[in-house]
Design a protein around this ligand. Sequence first.
Ligand SMILES: Nc1nc2c(ncn2[C@@H]2O[C@H](COP(=O)(O)OP(=O)(O)OP(=O)(O)O)[C@@H](O)[C@H]2O)c(=O)[nH]1
Ligand SMILES: [Mg+2]
Length: 357
Amino acid sequence: MTMVAPGVCKQKGCQVATTGLCVEDIKPVERCPHFQPKAAVVINAPAAPSTKTKAAIENPLDLPSGKELSAAQANDLLRIEGGTVIALAGDEDVGKTTLIATLYDRFQDGPCAGFSFAGSETLVGFELRCHDARTSSGRPSQETQRTSRKAPLHFLHLRVSRDGPQASGRERHNLLLSDLSGEWFKLAADKQDECKKMKHFRHADRVALCIDGEKLIDLKERQGCVAVAAGLLSNLLATELLDQSSIVDVLITKWDKVELDAKADIHKSFVSQVELKLKADFANRLACLRFFRVAARPDQGSSLPLGYQLDELLTAWLTPRRQLPMPPLRFQEPSNLRESERYLRRRLPKYFEPEEA
Ligand SMILES: Nc1nc2c(ncn2[C@@H]2O[C@H](COP(=O)(O)OP(=O)(O)OP(=O)(O)O)[C@@H](O)[C@H]2O)c(=O)[nH]1
Ligand SMILES: [Mg+2]
């Protein structure tokens, strides 16, 4: 209910504040020189529920959705438990999301690469991604929903474990896999300004750059898809999101399509040439550049198993990386440096001018 208090009057005997009537009988009361209007006051109106209250009613414990982790949530998990971050990259439809979903699916039948499933903070997200590929979805063919370009960067999480060295109990590892629409990678391959936005690459332990095997066997498509992969690597290096400490795995996806093609041998030799060219152009600018031929979800006619080569990939991803040797000093250090300055010079020598000979 809304009531408006009329105002007050200083005149002796005037009860305008309670009756609304002027002692001088001036109408309307606002015209009386002694009348002082009050600000309109809303009394007894039920308070509109704040958005916070509404959210608290819908999700009283503020539980995570289980669909995916934001970059901030992934950071929190890494800070508390540690883990390995894999930044997936590659053009639209190359098979990034399918690879993530199949990695989870592989654990449904038992251990994978010696590791057992030990939980996930994004179970709902994995199940949603796997659903369309399963017969229970009622779809005639295996499909994965396209990742929306509007979806911000997000991560899927797998916790795996295996017996550690004797008496040390079970080892547990967290794997965080980024999922981002291929449209962003196409832009990033084209323009360095777009590439700069992909800051998560700087913090990734490994990059998995996917090239579409189905396009590599198509004469009209193959040069274009190699150009996107090379452009992306080149821009990630130029923008210093990757450098000589980065590990990049190039994944030739949908390998079942290559194997099934009538001209498989010719296509395999083209793929080998592509791998050699990428190695020649980029290997010495990275800590490691390796190649895997994978089929996350082979077509039904293929003899390749579900998740072909994913065990090898998982082993590589979960192997602790070797400590990089300290880069050799390229110049004489001044003797009066503080220890922190000495350390900076060793770690980031490119930011210091070499001493005059
Ligand atoms: N034959 C075959 N098809 C595959 C394989 N992996 C993925 N696909 C199919 O390729 C299509 C695209 O896969 P996605 O995983 O959605 O590709 P994406 O890279 O995530 O695409 P965006 O989200 O658009 O960037 C889907 O229809 C998959 O079923 C594979 O190993 N073999
Ligand atoms: Mg996707």
